[in-house]
Design a protein around this ligand. Sequence first.
Ligand code: FES
Ligand code: FES
Length: 165
Amino acid sequence: MKKYTLHMVVNGEEISIETKPNATLLEVLRDELNLMEVKEGCGQGDCGACAVILDGKAVNSCLTLAMQAEGREITTLSGLNKNGKIHPLQKSFVSHGAIQCGFCTPGMIMSAKALLDKNPHPTRDEIKIAISGNLCRCTGYKKIIEAIEAVTKGKEEKEGENVRA
Ligand code: FES
Ligand code: FES
């Protein structure tokens, strides 16, 4: 199959990469760019484990063709770390016990991040809607919602800034 050159900005870095026209964004991020925090769960848009932020919006990368990302900006979980410091959402998930196996966590955090970037003070219902496409088999969601709420109230901001990845 003929390959083409894909250009995109991933976690702030300009990328040019040869890929197949039918490759998904998930395949390119994991298999070509080695961003293993982007998880493959169902592979068909049901679980949200593969969620990344594409031009400010959380999307399931398993349902997004890589060529749809041409010229666009993608953020994955590792893109949230700044100068070796983890993001307040990551810190809050840990301190609230919102992680068990952790498989859903990268996608869950990307959905939460996309929400908070647009709406820094969402209601509990808005948080629930934002993560409604992210399935968790372990935690029962209560702690996840509390972890996101803590960040909206600024409770984790300071600590998050001081924790090293
Ligand atoms: S792996 Fe993409 S939604 Fe499940
Ligand atoms: S922590 Fe295991 S699936 Fe969410």
